[in-house]
Design a protein around this ligand. Sequence first.
Ligand SMILES: O=C(O)CCC(=O)C(=O)O
Ligand SMILES: [Fe+2]
Length: 360
Amino acid sequence: MNSVSESFKNNPLHFKHIIPLDFNTTLTLPDSHTWPLSLDPIGSLTHVQHEALPVIDLTNPEAITLIRQACEKWGAFQVTNHDIPVKLLNEIEFQTKRLFALPLNQKLLAVRSPEDCTGYGLPRMSTFFSKFIWSEGFTVMGSPVDHACQLWPHDHVNFCNVLVEYQKELETLTEKILGLMFKSLGLTQEDVKWFKPNNGSKPPQAVLQLNSYPVCPDPSRAMGLAPHTDSSLLTLIYQNNTSGLQVYRDSLGWVPVKPVTAAVVVMVGDLMHIACNGRFKCALHRALVNKTHIRISIAHFYGPPRDVEISPCLKLVDPDHPILYRPVTWKEYLDAKAIHFNNALELIRDKNNSGCTHLL
Ligand SMILES: O=C(O)CCC(=O)C(=O)O
Ligand SMILES: [Fe+2]
């Protein structure tokens, strides 16, 4: 069993945190989905417009430097010229819309079970808030075929083919970007032995999450996806042409991630933040909703192979940068996140760290 399935099995959810509202028949925002400002940990639904997340052309000779700067400052950026065929991006967008356009009772044929991580349902964060989020999701690990057959017993082949092709392309792109990130920090294959793109004996683990944010009768009081960081090493998000995703920058506030045609959004996850001893931020992000357009996003979460311990790379530890975190596997980290949500990172802070580099 892989790390994600194992962690979900250990931390089952109640069905009330899995089954979404029937958004198609809900014409006013119910109290259950109305977010008081006090529930928003970062204070407000407003955002700044004068700053923008960097958009990096991967064919730019300066790409490595730009990636390092974006990761240090934002923990996120967008990439263009990434070699994912536009046709595939259009196809995954089409299949995602097709899935979420089904009536609720049909989507519920593929509902996630309480101890499982794949299938249709609310994003897992729902359990941490007293109010419900205005979104629905479909989670895939490995083959999508079982759940796809439940949704479309006779018509699932195209959906599955597109998802499998997309998973393959995204894994390759993630490994390319991770490689550039390590290189940008002066790290070699020897420094990050656990990272073995394409030829490792233990495969990396990945999760594909299709998200839909239906039109909302009162977007100013609703939350699509509450502020969070991702537990992955790296997350790549493809969003349709509808804004809503925002990244938090200290001292600035929430900055919208403007949709750029055919671009892919890159989010540094918690594990990458740990691996580079805090040099790269892990981006706090959220998604808001709107009154007129369905927003969809496809997030690909990439994590290390099972049982691999991620720890701060010693090359990035020195008297000015004392070691920040203790080693952790993805499974241990997901377990911590399932209980402590956004406080999980604090829990794996290196307790012995009093500013000395005791491991050196
Ligand atoms: O909808 C988005 O753009 C963000 C999705 C996301 O952050 C997630 O699935 O973790
Ligand atoms: Fe996320």
